[in-house]
Design a protein around this ligand. Structure first.
Ligand code: FAD
Length: 866
């Protein structure tokens, strides 16, 4: 131990992350980096390209490899110094199938399958080891977390198993099993040599025709009038149809060349390599990688020694925030930060307790390198809103394992014009101008420190909040509710009353929000509730081509003047790119409303069609200046009527009508629609008028029993009504026909909207799966979405979202099932936290919507009168 502490207390700065011997062997294997060096610059400099990728780390090179392999001509990669001369150089190389996110599992899966065959394909060794990995659970809540993750993984090809302490010990005999309760085992996991991986991808890229130039720093970027780019380097410039920013921790600087402030910041990540450990050397096979969740570190075998990498707490970790202000120091590339072992001593002690042979191990290397963090630790992959043909592949905290899958994802997207599958959590457009440096740093710190915290459903994180994006009623509501974070906004999840158990209490089962949400559902069903909907994305579209533009974008017919409808923007392959509420408030003038998470994602799509089609329209993003209040419930009309001279009666203000009215003296655009399915209006107004309107509603509605409600109640109410949610029931993985959106899709409208031909084809071929509405009887747990659906012990589908239904006292879920299991009454099982609960395919909706109820009542009255 003292030997270890002595070794650990030294402060070391290394120019290389690995022992010289290791590095030499890697380079001697990866021999053909010569082809793209200086010699090539004079010989074959291209002055035009289809795609220019900027940055020669594992990510950029993978994009080049995949594009060239897919057959794209004129793929050029520009690297400012030498390939791998950024984070890639230092990486510990861990690879895993595991990811708690659903779509990112696909990225991991593809990468591993690629790594397995890359050496054979390119002739370059990649040093890929697959001894497996085990995530250790040493507390009951961790066991729940593993079960939760298993229920979200069975429907993926990812090989992953929950194993017992005995099985863990058999796989990793050097482990102290004290307190270990279970493990999550991924047999195909391991580690790869990042340098050799990048060289193999580069060899493949060249093999398929890509040009790789280095040293070739990009010094300037100029957009051209026709949407292309002039990419400047000291060797000359290249005219590119598109550029991909893959510059790792320089991403911010490259973005700044064209006016973006990408929210990326380097953090210091340290790992320690030991000399040979006799007990490790004596083993007959390589140890699996261990991830000790309580100790927050990973540990793997490195030759006959061990490699140990901890994640410090948010207080202790170090952020290189000066680079946000000053940029990366010139000349910094493969260099390291100063290591500081005091910061990781807590983790060292836990690791020595868990793997006792560490106590006698000698340290031969300490690495402290820059990892690029975004606020949520997810990369930014795809085309960026606000600049034509500018793509990003930046912000990689785990770029080695992501490199393969991301290269393929982007290449497929570039080649086909749409993402191959949904990866909305990595959309670069999830951030906007609200992502300040302060927010970025607070969040990156939290994300690093929380690397191994328990991942609960409905998880809330609080660093960096609130941002400068504040709703007009935030100050009035903030002390009354539990807020959720939505694209920079604070939005009430549920409201608390005296006697409630308040605060954020995460749990895998129902927790303190359950009672209050039930109260709010009852409020909306029986009286009247108000909800802050300001986080919606809001755009205005007007101009002589507005009809033409929107008719080609939306699969629904356009609403008449004074009307609103729900429309979907589809991809060319007929998948659901977005769901938008469209209102034509004046001839040729439209208001488009989308969810908070899809604001810039949708705007980019619209702007792209505008520029491609040369439409004469003006599109404005009015998200920040327009506030929205929703009012819903049987008394909603009565309350509004007291505050306006406008006739709010059913006959005068029909469902899906839109009118400009004066409400409590403020101009408001009122749309009769509510996602709760109850009688309701969405009230759009200037943000500065919101608090006055809100206070007037609350004061005036006292006799009607008015109160607040939040998004949790809205989710339960919309599920009871069978309303789909974008991002859950529909996304780029689903077409609107299987999502049961037929009503909104007008295949017979004359406009040739995007996706129409594909949908006609899908329709003619018939569907293989469809969205089912499931009712379940559980104990104290409800589906959240992404759980496995079983039938006869076989995986048959997955849920997409779920909730408790307070009106019918059971759990609800939407889920995709094969068409032969869709009959009403069909029994299946939904796995929640390791237990399979019986579920029944049920008729939707469970509760009729108010317009339908009103219509049926009217018909009944007419029948009775006759
Ligand atoms: C200590 C440490 C351990 C890690 N361990 C793991 C791990 O176990 N598993 C894992 O998956 N990930 C790991 N990572 C993270 C991983 O290394 C990175 O996510 C990944 O390497 C990022 O690759 P990249 O291609 O995006 O960026 P980089 O590797 O940083 O490459 C960016 C490249 O862009 C070039 N460039 C910059 N500006 C310009 C310009 N203007 N013109 C031309 N070229 C330019 C740079 O020279 C550089 O070569 C680790 C990182 C560190 C530091």
């Amino acid at each position: 131990m003292s030997r270890v502490l002595n070794a650990f207390s030294s402060r070391v700065i290394h120019a290389s992350s690995r022992s010289a011997a290791w590095r030499i062997s890697a380079r001697s294997v990866a021999t053909d980096d010569r082809g793209g060096g200086c010699a090539a610059l004079g010989r074959r400099w291209q002055d035009s390209a289809e795609t220019v990728i900027i940055g020669g780390g594992c990510v950029g090179v993978s994009v080049a490899y995949h594009l060239a392999k897919a057959g794209q001509k004129d793929v050029v990669l520009l690297e400012k110094s030498e390939l791998t001369a950024g984070s890639t150089w230092h990486a510990a190389g861990l690879t895993t199938y595991y990811h708690p996110g659903i779509n990112l599992k696909k990225i991991h899966y593809y990468s591993i399958k690629l790594f397995e065959q890359l050496e054979e394909e390119t002739g370059q060794a990649v040093g890929f080891h697959q001894p497996g990995s085990i995530r250790l659970a040493s507390s009951p809540v961790r066991v729940d977390e593993l079960k939760y993750q298993m229920s979200r993984t069975h429907w993926h090809p990812t090989p992953q198993f929950l194993i017992t302490p005995d099985q863990i010990h058999e796989l990793f005999p050097l482990l102290n099993m004290n307190k270990v309760l279970a493990g999550l085992y991924n047999p195909g996991d391991g580690h790869i040599d990042p340098y050799s991986l990048t060289m193999a991808l580069a060899a493949g890229a060249r093999l398929y025709g890509a040009q790789i130039y280095h040293p070739a720093p990009v010094t300037g970027l100029t957009p051209t009038a026709d949407g292309r780019w002039d990419v400047q380097t000291p060797h000359g410039s290249i005219r590119a149809n598109r550029i991909v920013n893959a510059t790792g921790f320089w991403a911010r600087e490259l973005g700044q060349m064209i006016g973006f402030q990408h929210p990326t910041v380097p953090v210091h990540h340290q790992y320690v390599v030991t000399a040979t450990v006799p007990e490790v050397k004596a083993l007959k096979k390589e140890l699996p990688v261990i991830r000790d969740l309580e100790g927050s570190y990973y540990l793997r075998q490195e030759r006959d020694g061990l490699l140990f990498g901890p994640y410090e707490t948010e207080e202790k970790m170090v952020l290189q925030d000066s680079w946000i202000r000053d940029g990366v120091p010139p000349g910094f590339g493969k260099e390291l930060f100063e290591s500081d072992l005091d910061r990781i001593m807590d983790h060292v002690e836990m690791a020595m307790e868990r793997v006792p042979v560490l106590k006698n191990a000698d340290i031969i290397n300490i690495v402290s390198g820059p990892i690029t963090y975004t606020p949520d630790l997810l990369p930014m992959i795809g085309p960026h809103q606000g600049a034509r043909n500018y793509w990003t592949a930046i912000g990689f905290g785990y770029g080695i394992i992501h490199s393969g899958g991301v290269g393929k994802f982007l290449s497929d997207w570039i080649m086909s014009g749409e993402p191959p599958y949904d990866l909305i959590e990595c959309d670069p457009n999830r951030y906007g101008h609200w992502t300040s440096a302060h927010y970025l740093c607070a969040k990156a710190r939290e994300s690093y420190g929380f690397n191994n915290v328990v991942g609960y459903p409905k998880e809330e994180r609080f660093a960096g909040r609130p941002t400068n994006r504040v709703s007009g009623v935030y100050e009035l509501l903030k002390d009354k509710c539990s807020m959720g974070f939505h694209s920079g906004w604070e939005q009430p999840h549920y409201f608390c009353k005296p006697g409630d158990d308040t605060g954020y209490k995460p749990s895998f089962t129902r927790t303190n929000w359950f009672g209050p949400v039930g109260r709010e559902c009852k409020l909306v069903m029986e009286r009247v509730g108000v909800i802050d909907l300001s986080p919606f994305g809001k755009f205005t579209v007007k101009g002589e081509d507005s009809h033409k533009l929107l008719d080609g974008l939306m699969a629904n017919s356009l609403p008449k003047v004074g009307q609103t409808n729900i429309s979907h923007m589809l991809t060319p392959r007929g998948r659901v790119y977005a769901e938008v509420t469209v209102t034509q408030h004046a001839p040729g003038e439209f208001l488009l409303i989308t969810g908070s998470g899809s604001e810039l994602h949708d705007l980019r799509w619209i702007e792209r069609q505008v520029s491609d089609g040369g439409y004469r329209v003006s599109v404005f993003n009015v998200t920040d200046e327009m506030g929205v209040l929703g009012i819903a419930g049987p008394n909603a009309r009565k309350v509004l009527q007291k505050l306006t001279d406008e006739d709010m009666s059913d006959a005068a203000f029909r469902f899906l009508q839109c009118k400009s009215i004066q409400l409590a003296g403020s101009p408001v655009r009122a749309v009769r629609i509510s996602y709760t399915g109850e009688l309701g209006w969405e009230l759009y107004m200037d943000m500065s008028n919101m608090s006055a309107v809100y206070e007037a509603l609350m004061a005036t509605g006292q006799d009607e029993g008015i109160d607040n409600f939040g998004t949790y109640a809205m989710n339960s109410l919309r599920l009871e009504k069978g309303f789909r949610a974008w991002g859950a029931e529909m996304n780029c993985d689903t077409n609107p026909l299987e999502a049961g959106l037929d009503y909104f899709i007008k295949l017979n409208k004359s406009a040739e909207f995007i996706g129409k031909q594909a949908l006609l084809e899908i329709k003619s071929q018939g569907l293989k799966r469809k969205l089912a509405f499931l009712t379940l009887h559980t104990d104290d747990i409800d589906p959240e979405g992404n759980e496995t659906i079983w039938h006869n012990d076989k995986v048959v589908g997955n849920t997409t979202s779920g909730s408790y239904s307070y009106s019918t006292h059971q759990s609800l879920a939407f889920g995709y099932l094969p068409v032969d299991l869709l009959n009403i009454g069909q029994k299946v099982e939904v796995e929640l936290l390791g237990k399979k609960y019986p579920a029944t395919v049920s008729q939707e909706p469970l509760v009729l919507t108010e317009p339908t109820r009103t219509r049926l009542q009217k018909k009944k009255r007419e029948r009775d009168d006759r």
